[in-house]
Design a protein around this ligand. Sequence first.
Ligand code: NAD
Length: 245
Amino acid sequence: MKREDIHGAARFLFSCKPWLVLTGAGISTESGIPDFRTPQTGLWEHYDPMEILSRGVLLHRPEIFYGVGLQVLLSFEKAQPNRAHYILAEWEKRGWVEGVVTQNIDSLHHRAGSQRVMEIHGHLRSGYCLRCAKQFPMEELEKQVMQGQIPPRCPCGGVIRPEVVLFGDLLPPCFEEAVQLAHRYPLLVIGSSLQVSPANFLPSYAPSLVIVNLTETPFDHRASWVLRGKASTVLQLLHEELESL
Ligand code: NAD
């Protein structure tokens, strides 16, 4: 990545703020959470998420879902936001970011201070009963699983599941909000392979596109600027450049 690219992308972004931001697993790899597709470190190498994190397995093989799948997800809980998460929160405060649409379930945007976060794949902060919809803090699910109560149960007898979107689930209503915003604001994509639908519909709706990612994406040819590098490094350079404009 050349310095002129940072300069050009910053000038472009400055001219069309505020932006909608779409983040993927790549923004959190520097917080120690592996993504699904980077070779060697990607979670796909060790587990098949379509199996262990599916609605079918949750309902029919709960010992796999709660004993393996949920444990992988809960290992994300110790991670801390990195510089890229904090810069996005700062840009929102300045009015440069309209909102963050994230495919991540790690809550790191919230913890970095972002206010308008659309978690289109849910989160791990709570769970709910599949029978009566009662909400539970995540600690309640964890406690029951630790005590060998698999699947964890609500007092009504229903199964409690985490608020995360599983393969086979519908997306939450905030996806519709993200679609509306994507039609109105330039889109800044950070750390996403743009291979997962329907999150990867958003770049086609956006009036313009800037991509920050370590590797190629199917939308690179449509982007005004593609910045190939680590999210925290690229965002720090963009931040310095934007501040000087
Ligand atoms: P992905 O794994 O498909 O793609 C991640 C992309 O980020 C890759 O193209 C990779 O080259 C790039 N990348 C990795 N490290 C980077 C860095 N430091 N800076 C910039 N780019 C970097 O991820 P996705 O597009 O989000 O889709 C996968 C699905 O996996 C999503 O549905 C998401 O819910 C789920 N997921 C979430 C987490 C999380 O919550 N942190 C982690 C793994 C997977």
